[in-house]
Design a protein around this ligand. Structure first.
Ligand SMILES: *Cc1c(COP(=O)(O)O)cnc(C)c1O
Length: 371
């Protein structure tokens, strides 16, 4: 069986260094907000080519804390609106609604699965304060267009980079393309910890200062609380693991690109719609997402031939029970996407003979005859 994602194989590559890192933390006697977190924050800020990085507990908290900090700084207020793609993973939307802000869904472009800049302005009202862009599946948004709209309407732009560590837009890394960015280090992400983790990236000193306090009970000085904060800290042990894995991120992205390019060049089945890559460096291939009208049969056919696949995502946020009666309007592009997408295995440790086997199976798939 070719698994959808083999995390054990990914981390085994660095087993010695990871064990060394764990031993260092165990022996240090210091497990939260110490040297490991500080040096990872510095390394990741440098990698993203920006000033500040704040390690937090997970990717949802990273986004959540950005909006919370904007509220504490008086830049946003309860009831203000944030534009967000309708087809994103639910976490992007949770970060907005958790803060008493109102998520306003905008349809994506069907080719890129990212926000369609042409549809953003129609969704802007007097209450709009920000655009949350999501570099979905690992491909960067059209940031020049989005930033120009934001500038015209005085909006903040926040990047959800949970799926796009290391992707480039016109030579600039994601995370430094807008006002602030949230990253996830969930084990399955392109830069994955061995547990939960996340980070906020920004070049705004006020945002950095506020989030640094908010992640630690709203306190800058022990037992002195400026805000009603959270407990959302990145563990020392996870920071130590992440520092090891960050060194290999660019090589892993290269390996993912090789898999993606092989799929793109060799999948010829006309029933499959392949992803559109705008530029080699703008996509880091967190997921390889195809569309197929008969996806259920294709998934079964792959499984019968020893290949796991997955769906990202089966139910759009506006149709989730959690957001029942929340969103007005219809989202036909989003619904079409959710009904047709499926994800083929992709990872830095997937071997070429495995990719070739998957391509062969996909190319042999025939849709069931319709009556
Ligand atoms: C994974 C993910 C998140 C949330 O990250 P966690 O670390 O799991 O909380 C947010 N947004 C997107 C697009 C994601 O894929």
């Amino acid at each position: 069986m070719i698994p959808f994602l083999d995390l054990k194989k990914i981390n085994q590559q660095y087993a010695n260094e990871l064990k060394e890192a764990a031993n260092r933390v165990i022996d240090s006697g210091w497990y939260l907000l110490g040297d490991e977190v500080q040096s990872f924050e510095k390394a990741f800020a440098t990698y993203c080519n920006t000033t500040y990085c704040i390690g937090v507990a997970n990717g949802l908290d990273a986004l959540n804390l950005i909006f919370r900090a904007y509220k504490e700084l008086g830049i946003m207020q309860t009831g203000d609106e944030v534009i967000v793609p309708a087809n994103t993973y639910i976490a992007s939307i949770l970060a907005i609604s958790e803060n008493g802000l109102v998520p306003v869904l905008v349809e994506p472009n069907l080719d890129t699965y990212n926000l369609d800049p042409a549809l953003i302005e129609a969704a802007i009202t007097k209450k709009t304060k920000a655009i949350l862009t999501v570099h979905l599946y690992g491909q960067v948004n059209h940031m020049s267009e989005i930033n120009a709209i934001a500038q015209k309407h005085t909006l903040k732009v926040v990047e959800d980079c949970a799926q796009a560590h290391g992707a480039l837009y016109k030579g600039t890394k994601v995370g430094s393309l807008a006002d602030a960015a949230g990253f996830s280090f969930y084990p399955g992400k392109n830069l994955g910890a061995l547990g939960d983790g996340g980070a906020v990236i920004t070049s705004d000193p006020a945002l950095d200062d506020t989030i640094r306090a908010l992640r630690n009970y709203g306190s800058k000085e022990k037992y002195v609380n400026k805000y009603k904060g959270l407990n959302s800290r990145l563990d020392e042990i996870q920071a130590a693991f992440l520092k090891v894995k960050l060194k290999y991120l660019d090589d892993e992205i290269k390996a993912r690109r090789e898999v993606a390019n092989y799929y793109l060049a060799n999948i010829t089945n006309q029933q499959i719609v392949l992803p559109i890559v705008e530029n080699q460096t703008s996509h880091v291939w967190h997921l390889f997402v195809i569309r197929c009208k008969n996806r259920q049969q294709l998934q079964q056919y792959l499984l019968d031939n020893g290949v796991q696949s997955s769906i990202h995502y089966p139910i759009p946020p506006h149709q989730q029970d959690a957001y029942k009666n929340t969103f007005n309007g219809s989202f036909p592009i989003t619904e079409f996407i959710h009904e047709n997408v499926m994800s083929l295995p992709i990872s830095p440790v997937l071997e070429l003979h495995e990719v070739a086997k998957i391509v062969d199976i996909v190319n042999h798939f025939q849709a069931p005859a319709t009556l």
